[in-house]
Write a protein that binds this ligand. Sequence first.
Ligand code: G3H
Ligand code: 13P
Ligand code: ZN
Length: 334
Amino acid sequence: MKVSFKELGLVNTREMFAKAIKGGYAIPAFNFNNMEQLQAIIQASAETKSPVILQVSKGARNYANQTLLRYMAQGAVEYAKELGWKKPQIVLHLDHGDSYELCKSCVDFGFSSVMIDGSALPYDENVKLTRKVVNYAHKYDVTVEAELGVLAGVEDEVSSEVSHYTKPEEVIDFVKKTKCDSLAISIGTSHGAYKFTPEQCTRDPKTGRLVPPPLAFDVLKAIEKKLPGFPIVLHGSSSVPQEYVDMCNKYGGNLPNAVGIPEEQLRKAAKSAVCKINIDSDSRLAMTAAIRKHLAENPGHFDPRQYLKPAREEMKKMYIHKIVNVLGSNGKAR
Ligand code: G3H
Ligand code: 13P
Ligand code: ZN
């Protein structure tokens, strides 16, 4: 049986993105795989009154089950209201959908937004697939994110060894032909906690830390010029906070040279037509760092609630920081 996202209290991205572009901020798109992540995301969004996009990836579906995750998102709307957020603005989004059938099943099942990622396909095939998904999704007012250009980086389910920046000369034709609602672009971000090799970075002489190369803001500018006011999406936008990397390494982890996108660059991007910023790895790092610390300091603990509680607190702190200090979406969903 089909269900509309509207019956679940969810919203699509249309209005949210229009406001974000006008207001010079970006909407956080946080991935979730488990209850603690979802609780932390909703608590952070409710406290800051920030619109939020809950993302379900292929890895999440394999790990937690798509049905369960969808019901969790439905429950999250009620939870948000319980926390005193009168009009929660929550999107349930399929992250990196890889087929028409998958996108269709998510539309039918109550997702309010889907991504069709045809970025690895030849241009014409990407157009054709995206158009097919848009045709179906729009019948139900579900918004569609598409992608042009290829991100570098390695992650469980999303991997690509090379990075090809989005070609500004292609974007008008692509958006016209596909009628997608937003466009993910490649300007130097990448998935995972190892976004750049040490050879691609310089080193800060004072701290010895790796300093990544800057994002290609010239490409972003050229795209904005071609598509004025059109919503742009950045994937692979974790900043890989070094305090979490250090905490993991201090308590038995081994994450050498993990490096992300500096937050000041994301702040700059959020002020432009970039109105959705995807963050997953930072949540993984916050959770793992807090769990490692807790277990190292409390070797007798074996009740998962004992170490998941501080992990949830750490994620919540991180989400609030992103919302308030990086994306600027606080107070935009009152
Ligand atoms: O874009 C990639 C996300 O970080 C999800 O990765 O498929 O391993 O859950 P995942
Ligand atoms: P990060 O790995 O940088 O968190 O990117 C997440 C992402 O793009 C999800 O689609
Ligand atoms: Zn992604």
